[in-house]
Design a protein around this ligand. Sequence first.
Ligand code: 6GU
Length: 239
Amino acid sequence: MRIDVLSIFPDYLAPLELSLPGKARAKGLLELAVHDLRQWTTDKHHTTDDTPYGGGAGMVMKPEPFGAAFDDLGIDGATVIFTTPSGAPFNQEMARELATHDRLVFACGRYEGIDQRVIDHAASRADVREISIGDYVLNGGEVAALAITEAVVRLLPGFMGNPDSLVEESHEDGLLEYPVFTKPAEWRGLDVPPVLLSGNHKAIAQWRHDQAVRRTADRRPDLLHGSAVVGIGDLSDLE
Ligand code: 6GU
């Protein structure tokens, strides 16, 4: 996979050079380039924003720098992701889908957003997505691009040392993950649930599933509606 990120704060994306995406690059699974959008400005002050037509507060990102950047990077056939609080909510299913693409280009918006024609023009040449990482407002899309990249890159085939760890984690089966324990069996008067020490694999699997359903019902009831993995009776079995 190749990922390009366009931002007026490229230093914000420095963590991408480290740890997880860094590991994917070292393994040859990922090519990554972070670009300063200001390199595609033509005026002395490297202006990337201007006042909104129609009036109102804040500034809007100008179309020309993004247009020139898209031309130079060659977005035809790529998937272009605009990170914006008004985008579709990002989730694990979307991460899995994006992990199958060859080329992602992130356009990070700042201020009150990007001139709509940038998005419309990109959509005539590329597969365009507008994505949000949650119902709150960040100053810009950089942190969202980081989060989406990390979620996607760890799903690239060959990235995980042990792919089984992808299967059991939160959200992969539509449920939150069950609580986990390690040694010692007793710590500060708190015991590990005895079933986990029983060696009874069927009972352990059942306990973990019950815990996952219980936790999901408590914290994220919205995930349970329409979740195929919650068998009829699963919820009523729990007190
Ligand atoms: Cl993608 N951008 C901004 N600015 N704020 C957000 C967001 C994105 N997702 C949630 N809040």
